[in-house]
Design a protein around this ligand. Structure first.
Ligand code: PMP
Length: 432
């Protein structure tokens, strides 16, 4: 019962700073975009276990593929050759442009980024890593250094060799880059690009191993960059001999709707792409994809991963790719996401507290402010109240941003327009 679970949680189970709800949700079952709690109450899941369930909870095709593999083989080491790994790598490589064809499988996004960092350092001989302000690249010791300092008190970082450019903007007042809506004109874009160049020239380290960038910042609160911003960052990094890494942990697998990978929306080809979350629809899988040239440098390291690329994970991930194609998941992300953005923009115009609505496909953020004049972030208590109310009416949404001021919508990509209408009614009521 609830009381026992709360007791166990308190005594034995993962103490965490991040708690969403005052009245916790006890989830025990899921199907496609729906979740049920232990009392049988149904929720529309618009956060997908932090943007992870890509094609739907317990999707029948993925479940069937998992069951087939469960009866055949769960695990063996990559010292041996097993068909699932090779079939999957061949399939995944077909989704990436040349020369991104060499794949390393991991079990999470942090592991993938950790590996990418190691590869970049071995390949370039440099050590420094740079990233955008407000980014999130993982919870392991090195990747925490690349991550907005949510983790440690006093804004300490675990990785002092990381330089953070003051880039990446949101709506609220202390943001260095104001809302993208306001900088869509060519002149404003030029201003941001000049700012980027200046920051790079004055404060970036000279021996860069790699630049990590999310095509749209996820935990940062669906933060987008001005046009050509990422392209310019790639150019500046490459001029120093550093390599460019696209972190597609949240933006990959069709989430942004218009493209399969987020980087394709920026007209760039990275030297490495890291991925996790949506790749396995909730099964722990991650990957680094890189070029043959970088892969050769990596042979210098004797690197080994026990579970990375295990037959079960490969079978699951392979069926996820098939399902995205067969269910037109990416197209649905574009259509339903565009509809949601359009409707949300109407709410933004109606309410003083909705400062900005942004994103692409089914990666959407609503940045909340006290009012549009002050652009002060909506305080945590008010954010919690809305979140709690939306949950009590049967919808789960996420939260992010430097001040926790942005609601995030990143659902399983099978949601429908009817689901969106339901959410809008619930959200409208909560805000009003
Ligand atoms: N990169 C990004 C963009 C992420 O959002 C996350 C997780 N939120 C990670 C990396 C780390 O992934 P994981 O939690 O699977 O280690």
């Amino acid at each position: 019962n609830h009381k026992q679970m709360m007791e166990i949680r308190k005594q034995n189970c993962m103490t965490m700073k991040i708690t969403y709800y005052k009245k916790p949700v006890f989830i025990h079952q899921g199907y496609m975009q729906w979740l049920w709690d232990v009392d049988g109450k149904r929720y529309l899941d618009l956060f997908a276990g932090v943007a992870t369930v890509s094609v739907g909870h317990c999707h029948p095709k993925v479940t069937a593929a998992t069951q087939r593999q469960l009866k055949k083989l769960w695990h063996t080491t990559n010292i041996y050759i097993h068909p699932e790994l090779h079939e999957y790598c061949d399939k995944l490589a077909s989704y990436l442009p040349d020369p991104l064809k060499v794949i390393y499988l991991t079990n999470s996004g942090s592991e993938a980024n950790e590996l990418a960092m190691l590869m970049a350092r071995l390949h370039t001989g440099n050590f420094d890593i740079i990233t955008f302000r407000g980014s999130y690249h993982g919870g392991s010791q090195q990747t925490m250094g690349l991550t907005l300092t949510w983790f440690l008190p006093n804004k300490q970082t675990m990785c002092p060799d990381v330089f953070r450019g003051p880039w990446g903007g949101s709506y609220c007042r202390d943001s260095p880059v104001q809302t993208i809506r306001e900088c869509s004109c060519a002149q404003a874009n030029k201003h941001y690009i000049e700012q980027l160049e200046e920051t790079f020239a004055t404060s970036a380290p000279s021996q860069i191993a790699a630049f990590f960038g999310e095509p749209i910042q996820g935990m940062g609160g669906a933060v987008q960059y001005p046009k050509n911003y990422l392209k310019e960052a790639y150019k500046l990094v490459r001029q120093t001999g550093g390599i460019c890494i696209a972190d597609e942990v949240q933006t990959g697998f069709g989430r942004t709707g218009s493209h399969f990978w987020g980087f394709q929306g920026h007209d760039v080809i990275p030297d490495m792409v890291t991925m996790a979350k949506g790749i396995g629809n909730g099964f722990p899988v991650g990957a680094v994809v890189t070029t043959p040239e970088i892969a050769v440098s990596f042979v210098k390291a004797s690197h080994f991963n026990t579970f990375g690329g295990n037959p079960l994970a490969c079978a699951v991930a392979s069926s996820v790719l098939d399902t995205i194609r067969e269910d037109s998941t990416q197209q649905n992300s574009l259509h339903v996401g565009t509809y949601l953005m359009t409707q949300m923009a109407k709410l933004r115009d109606k309410y003083e507290v909705i400062g900005d609505v942004r994103g692409k496909g089914l990666q959407i953020g609503m940045e909340m402010v006290k009012d549009k004049g002050s652009r002060e972030p909506l305080p945590p208590e008010a954010m919690s109240e809305i979140l709690e109310d939306v949950k009590d009416t049967g919808v789960l949404i996420g939260k992010g941003g430097v001040h926790g001021q942005t609601f995030r919508i990143q659902p399983p990509m099978c949601i429908t327009r009817e689901d969106v209408d339901f959410f809008l009614a619930v959200f409208n009521k909560a805000i009003s």
